[in-house]
Ligand binder design. Structure first.
Ligand code: NAI
Ligand code: MG
Length: 367
């Protein structure tokens, strides 16, 4: 059946990097029989300029109907003073909320050619391939009460509340177990059950779900502080890490920086599966609209191209296509091509389109 992709390239370098991802998508249509239709819509500042809102209701409906949404980046100084509802970020937040994207996937993938650019030793990061699954819509960022109160004696008290229900824990764990089956078949569940009740519940519910539905996947548990240490000591011990919103925020940033620049980092956000097994999904580079280099043709398109690889693997069940794309990126880097953000001495500096060209050429060669 024909799949549907909605591309919302957004602002700044968004259209430049998405353009390269779309060329790669075109290659898969032509050379690998990937049956997909592509539509384009506006989100962010560009949408505000045309419609007075950062995303329209019609685009939200199209995003829900699509198998996957590809987002470039939104925002920029031009829109710094528009009212809150019109702000570019509001468009992105509304997409995430209306599509109920509760699972944020942040891979840390180390390409051999960039292993020396890591702050860790080559042997610790070379071949690294881990996936952090962060719960995105619950936990301490949203729990009530959430307030600062005046205690009347010159003291004030700030309160945030960590809340998780069994439903929220089970659905994020389900995403992690599903992903593990498409990767190394191992899940590390991370909490602090030694000091937190939500941690105890997390531990128990993940174990229950594992026994019920995912006994074929290897499950281990780790306390969050130990996980932070292990990520810099021996990151290759991990395959999929699943954790709550707060721990996931910190651990995913640690993990992604083991391997490289903002211009290399893809991400995905997934919703729950419906009765037909279809889940809302949005794929996007981690970086923003980079107004400082927008329009210069210098942006690194690899984060967007690797986001496409994630979509091939996790939404479209085309793991072999995703492997091929990651191999092509690896080969281009091994050939010494670099955009400015990942430039190293002795390498060849190229722009956005030349990087896209080189990846397409490698795909042809490896195909
Ligand atoms: P940024 O990620 O746009 O840029 C940070 C630095 O990294 C800049 O020097 C930029 O040139 C560089 N950079 C980023 N992506 C690159 C790429 N693909 N290739 C080469 N260099 C790259 O973050 P910043 O500057 O804090 O924010 C700029 C705008 O982007 C703001 O309006 C912000 O709100 C928005 N933003 C949007 C995000 C999104 O759409 N998901 C995420 C982060 C920021
Ligand atoms: Mg963060």
């Amino acid at each position: 059946m024909t799949k549907k992709i909605l591309i919302v390239a957004g602002d700044g370098i968004g259209p430049e990097v998405m353009g390269e991802a779309e060329r790669v998508l075109g290659w898969y249509k032509q050379k690998r029989g990937f049956d997909v239709t592509v539509e384009h819509e506006l989100v962010g500042g560009c949408c505000y300029d045309k419609h007075g809102v950062a995303v329209t209701d019609a685009t939200i409906e199209k995003a829900k109907a699509a198998d996957a949404v590809f987002l470039g980046a939104v925002g920029g100084p031009k829109w710094d003073n528009v009212p809150y509802e019109g702000r570019p970020e509001a468009g992105l937040l509304r997409l995430r909320k209306d599509l109920e994207l509760f699972a944020n996937l942040r891979p840390a993938l180390c390409f051999a050619a960039l292993a020396d650019a890591s702050s860790l030793k080559r042997e610790i990061v070379e071949g690294l391939d881990i996936m952090i699954v962060r719960e995105l819509t619950g936990g301490v960022y949203f729990g009530e009460p959430k307030e600062i109160t005046d205690l009347g004696n010159g003291e004030r008290r700030g309160v945030d509340t960590q809340v998780y229900t069994t439903h929220e824990i089970r659905r994020i764990a389900e995403v992690a177990f599903d992903l593990a089956r498409k990767r190394g078949n191992r899940v590390m569940s991370v909490e602090k059950r030694n000091v937190m009740k939500t941690g105890v519940l997390w531990y128990e519910e993940v174990a229950k779900l594992h026994a019920e539905k995912f006994a074929d996947v290897k499950l281990d548990n780790m306390l969050a502080d130990n996980c932070a240490m292990q990520l810099v000591r021996n990151p290759k011990q991990f395959d999929v890490i699943v954790t709550d919103n707060l721990f996931g925020d910190v651990l995913s940033d640690i993990a992604s920086m083991l391997t490289g620049s903002l211009g290399m980092l893809p991400s995905a956000s997934l919703g729950a599966k419906d009765a037909n097994g279809k889940a809302n999904a949005m794929y996007e580079p981690v970086h923003g609209s980079a107004p400082d280099i927008a329009g210069t043709g210098a942006a690194n398109p690899i984060a967007s191209i690797l986001s496409l690889a994630m979509a091939l693997r996790y939404t479209f069940d085309r793991g072999a296509c995703a492997d091929l794309l990651e191999k092509a990126v690896d080969a281009v880097l091994a050939n010494g091509l670099r955009t400015g953000d990942i430039m190293q001495p002795g390498m060849t500096k190229v722009g956005t389109v030349a990087m896209g060209d080189a990846i397409l050429k490698e795909l042809d060669r490896l195909n």
